[in-house]
Ligand binder design. Structure first.
Ligand code: R1P
Ligand code: URA
Length: 291
């Protein structure tokens, strides 16, 4: 086994990984990621006990017990670039020995579940409803720096997507499925479909304020894209990166999102905090009963 150098895997004076500031023993085997750092406490207020609270930059983490099970909730901040840090550091915490700096001979698979907010791309998926992602389709380019692995069906879907949505010159998309075993636990109360992940909130999601966009048809083309029984339900800014890196690293990943904007009927939720609260409670019920 080769030793990973200090410049590649950075461990601080507390023995914790650089950005997340977590030590291996401070992480549970199931990790919820949320974008908003304030959402971590909205989760952990339901914990029976909290054993770890850390914060470094936008990465706030609480680990504790809920319903007799150990859970870590971690904020990622916004966007796929942060997910590159989150996924690599979570994996290092369980699969690299921080003493020897070598990859462990036997690898651990974490459950990594994003609980976020998102924009709907379908008129029949209203604000305040929930979506569980069957796939993460990335327009953000992160996975192209690694070596994406696609099934034949995923390659065909991407080919059809690039042609239909006219992505040429904008992005080289990638797609990864959710963990089937996690996805099947989130059926009741959830719409399901493909989640598109964008490298921005405005132009990359077709929002026009003062700047024009390169592909004015983007929203329409995402909405009416279909491949077999698959359709695009929603978009946001993290899922594809979690699914893509999670699959390459061998973790089980899922994303569940509360819809706060419907881009087709042009509505924004009147109470996003309440929608997120309901999603947290729904998630925790499933976690307590089915994990
Ligand atoms: C944009 O407002 C942010 O909200 C969504 C997007 O993915 C992006 O991070 O998710 P979170 O509410 O989890 O941050
Ligand atoms: N998050 C996004 O990224 N887009 C939306 O429209 C709403 C939430």
């Amino acid at each position: 086994m080769s030793r990973i150098a200090e410049s590649e895997l950075i461990i601080n004076s507390r023995g914790a990984v650089y950005h997340l500031d977590l030590r291996p023993e401070e992480l549970a085997d199931t990790v919820v990621t949320v974008g908003d750092p304030d959402r971590v406490a909205e989760f952990s207020k339901y914990f029976d006990t909290i054993e770890v609270k850390r914060q470094h930059r936008e990465f706030v983490s609480h680990t504790g017990m809920v319903g007799g099970k150990r859970l870590t909730v971690l904020s990622s901040g916004i966007g796929p670039d942060n997910i590159d840090i989150v996924m690599n550091e979570l994996d290092a915490l369980v699969n690299i020995d921080f003493e020897t700096r070598e990859i462990r001979p036997s690898l651990k698979a974490l459950n990594i579940i994003r609980v976020g907010t998102s924009g709907s791309l379908q008129a029949d998926i209203p604000v305040d409803s929930f979506v569980a992602s069957t796939h993460g389709l990335g327009l953000d380019n992160l996975l192209n720096f690694y070596r994406p692995e696609e099934t034949d069906e995923e390659t065909q879907l991407l080919h059809s997507f690039v042609t239909h949505v006219q992505m040429q010159g904008l992005s080289t998309p990638y797609i990864t499925g959710a963990s089937p075993s996690l996805l099947k636990r989130f059926v009741t109360d959830f719409h399901q479909g493909i989640t598109v992940t964008c490298p921005g909130f405005y132009g990359p999601q077709g929002r026009v304020l003062r700047l024009g966009v390169r592909n004015p048809q983007l929203i329409d083309r995402l909405t009416d894209f279909s491949f077999g029984q698959h359709r695009i339900t929603n978009f946001e800014m993290e899922t594809s990166a979690i699914f893509g890196l999670g699959k390459l690293l061998g973790h089980h990943c899922l994303a569940v999102n509360a819809i706060v904007a419907n881009r087709i009927v042009k509505e924004f939720t009147k109470d996003g905090k309440a929608a997120v609260e309901r999603l947290i409670v729904t998630f925790l019920e499933t976690f307590k009963n089915n994990f």
